[in-house]
Design a protein. Sequence first.
Length: 451
Amino acid sequence: MSPNPIAETVASLMPKAKAELTELVAFKSVADFDQFPRSESEAAANWVADALRAEGFQDVALLDTPDGTQSVYGVLPGPEGAPTVLLYAHYDVQPPLDEAAWTTPPFELTEREGRWYGRGSADCKGGVVMHLLALRALKANGGVPVTVKVIAEGSEEMGTGGLERYAEQHPELLTADTIVIGDAGNFRVGLPTVTATLRGMTLVRVRVDTLGGNLHSGQFGGAAPDALAALVRVLDSLRGEDGSTTVDGLTGDEVWDGLQYEEDAFRKDAKVLDGVQLIGAGTVADRIWARPAVTVLGIDCPPVVGATPSVQAGARALISLRVPPGVDAAEATKLLQAHLEAHTPWGAQVTTEQIGQGQAFRADTTSPAYAAMAEAMGEAYPGEEMQYAGQGGSIPLCNTLAALYPQAEILLIGLSEPEAQIHAVNESVSPEELERLSVAEALFLQKYAAS
C-alpha cells in the first residue's frame, strides 16, 4: 500500500478494527426472532450506536422500523457548505446454517490463513467497521471534510423492508448529495470494484392441490393425480434444456458489456463439481448480471426418512426470480404467476402468492462521485484501475433511496468478494481488503469534498 498519511493511519488502526469486529461478530443478530433472540439484535444496534457516539456523531438514534427491527442513525457535521454523504451498512446477518459445518464457531471471529472468519465479517458488520476506519483516518489527518450521515440497518438479510418504509415515511432523514452503500464487494481480492447494477427480485409461493387427502399409492397410484409430481412438472417448466430461465413473456437475451467473469474462475468461485456443466447461455456475466434467473428455494413435501407409500394430495414451493435492470419486478411477478398457473398439469388446482419484491438498480457511473471514487481506489490499490461490475443479488433499499433522492449519486462498494463466501458456512473477510477499502473510502471523501 502506498505510504500516504491516510494509509498509514488506517494500518495503525487495524488491531483496533479486529477487536471491534470480534465484538460485533459475537452478537447473534439474525433478524428472525422466531429463531434468534431479539436481544442479540438490540445489543448489536446499541454497539453501533455507542461507536458512533464515540466518534462525535450527533442525533444518534435507534430507529424503530415498521418490520419490528431497529436501524441505527447518526450525523457527523462537516464544514459549513460541505456536501453530505450517507454511509450505509447493516449489522444484521444471515443465520449460520449448519453450525457443525463451520471450521470455527460462526459467532467467534477467528483468524485463519490470513483471513478473519465469522458470520457477518464481510456481510456486513465488516462494512460498519470499514466506515469507522475511514472516518477515524480522516479525523487524524485534518478532519472529515463532508457532513456524514451513517445508517446501519437491522433487517437487510430478511428482506422485510423496514428501513425502506421508514425512509419513505421520513424522507428528510437520509437526504444526501452522495450515498455510499457498503454492502457490495470487489470482483476479486485486490481488484477495486464498484457495483454498477443490481438485479431485482421477487419471491413467489406456489401451491398445487389435487386430492382431498393423501391416498395409498398401491390402491390409487397410476390414476390418482399426484400433487408433488404436478409441482415438479411446473418447476421444470421454468427452465429450458440448457438450464436457462424460461418464464413466458420474460426476455432473457440481454448482454453485459462491462467486466467479464471467466468461466474457469466462476466454476472455482461457485465450487462447481468436476464434470457438472454450468447452466444457461451467453457469457457468465450475461447470465448472472444481465438476465433473469429463477431458483427453487424450497419445497414442502415428505422427507425421505419416514415417508409413507402415499399419493400426495398437496405440495408447495418457494420460488425466487432475479430480474435485471430494465425489467420491472412487479411485471415480472405477474408473468411468473401466470406462467405457474398456465403450466400446472392435469387440471390441478394452483394458487400463487407473492411474499417479497425488490426492483433492480442501475447507477450513473458518469457522475463526479464516481470519478472521485476511481481516483481514490487507484491510490488505495496501486497499479490497479477501478472496475465496474454487476451483482446478481438485490438491495431493494437502493431503489428506495434513488426514488427519494433522485439528485443523489449512489455508489456500491464493500467486502463481499468471492472468497468471502457470504451467506455460506465459513464466511470470512480479508483484512487487507478491509484496510484498502477503508483507505479508499477516506480518500474518496477527501476528493469528493474538493470536487
